[in-house]
Design a protein around this ligand. Structure first.
Ligand code: NI
Length: 171
């Protein structure tokens, strides 16, 4: 078990598309997932995608009960999601603040689909199929963007809503 180093924005690896996972429930995959969980928890993250620790794999983890980085956000069930596909449910988007462990210290307002369906697999190859909305939908869209080589600042439409967390949200 190990806390992995998180790549930061500017690293070209974060701009690459990740490869699909072909084998489930292997010792190697389970070790990677354990390391991702430890890395996310050590950094108080709401989610983490495999490319953020330098792995070209369509694998994300997310979820929390209460997150210090997002005190207003509703609970999102802890999920391991592999080879995900997202479908928007309707055209409606909403704006919300996001941060990213690869973009430390910053926050920005990002438009995301309000409601989505997402499908994929857990670490055992069991199918996941959920309709979600709100912050849960936002986290999934953010994490799955990492698998496409997209970081949230690339989605910001109004750059006046992008800045340092401790300035925007003073204690
Ligand atoms: Ni991120």
């Amino acid at each position: 078990m190990a806390i992995r180093e998180i790549l930061k924005m500017g690293d070209p690896f974060l701009l690459k598309k990740a490869d699909p996972v072909k084998q489930f429930n292997t010792a190697e995959l389970n070790q990677i997932i354990q390391d991702m969980i430890e890395t996310m928890e050590a950094n108080d993250g709401a989610g983490l995608a495999a490319p953020q620790i330098g792995l070209s794999m369509q694998l994300v983890i997310f979820g929390f009960q209460k997150n210090e980085r997002y005190p207003e956000a509703e609970t999102v069930p802890f999920t391991i999601l592999i080879n995900p596909k997202i479908k928007p449910l309707g055209d409606e988007k909403e704006n919300g603040w996001e941060g990213c462990l690869s973009v430390p210290g910053l926050r920005g307002v990002v438009p995301r689909y309000k409601k989505i369906n997402y499908q994929g697999y857990d670490q055992f190859g069991k199918k996941i199929n959920r309709d979600v909305e709100g912050f849960h939908a936002r986290v999934v869209q953010h994490e799955c963007d990492h698998l496409l080589g997209i970081l949230y600042p690339m989605r910001i439409e109004d750059l006046s809503m992008f800045g340092f967390h401790d300035v925007i949200f003073p204690e």
